[in-house]
Design a protein around this ligand. Structure first.
Ligand SMILES: [Zn+2]
Length: 137
C-alpha cells in the first residue's frame, strides 16, 4: 500500500475523528530526563506530548523510543501537542509509511492489552506488539 493509499485508509476511519480542529504531528519519539515524551519532527522541532492517562502510559513506554510516531489531537500551546482520547487510537507507530496500533501481548495467557504493564491474568510483563491498522482485532 503506497503512502497516498494509506492516508486515504486512515481518513476513512471513524468519521468523528476528523472533526474540525483535529491536527496531527509526526516525528521520532524521545523521552526527556523525567521520562516524559517529546516528539522530534523532521524539521528538528521538539514537541512535548500530552494526553489522557492511558495515552501517556503508551507514550512513556521506552520501547517506543526512537520510533516514528503519528499523534492526532490538537496543539495545546507553544511546543506542545495534546493527543485526542485514548479510545480513538490517536497514537500510531509509522513503519515504512504504514500505520500500526500499539498493543501489548501476553504469550502465556494470549491476552491483548492496550497499555504497557503487567498482564491482568498472570501478572507477567506484556510484550510490545504492533498491529497493522487494517488487521482484524
Ligand atoms: Zn498473562
Amino acid at each position: 500500500m503506497n503512502r497516498r493509499r494509506w492516508f486515504q485508509a486512515v481518513w476513512a476511519l471513524p468519521a468523528g475523528l476528523f472533526a474540525v480542529g483535529v491536527e496531527r504531528v509526526r516525528g521520532i519519539l524521545e523521552h526527556d530526563a523525567e521520562g516524559e515524551p517529546v516528539l522530534r519532527t523532521r524539521q528538528g522541532e521538539r514537541i512535548r506530548l500530552e494526553g489522557d492517562d492511558d495515552t501517556m502510559k503508551v507514550l512513556r513506554d521506552k520501547r517506543l523510543a526512537a520510533r516514528e510516531l503519528e499523534v492526532r489531537g490538537a496543539g495545546s500551546g507553544r511546543g506542545r501537542f495534546r493527543a485526542g482520547p485514548f479510545y480513538e487510537e490517536n497514537v500510531l507507530v509509522i513503519e515504512a509509511g504504514k500505520g500500526y496500533l500499539v498493543t501489548y501481548w501476553c504469550d502465556v495467557c494470549s491476552i491483548r492489552s492496550y497499555t504497557p504493564g503487567l498482564c491482568v491474568c498472570c501478572y507477567q510483563e506484556t510484550q510490545l506488539d504492533l498491529r497493522p491498522l487494517d488487521s482484524p482485532p
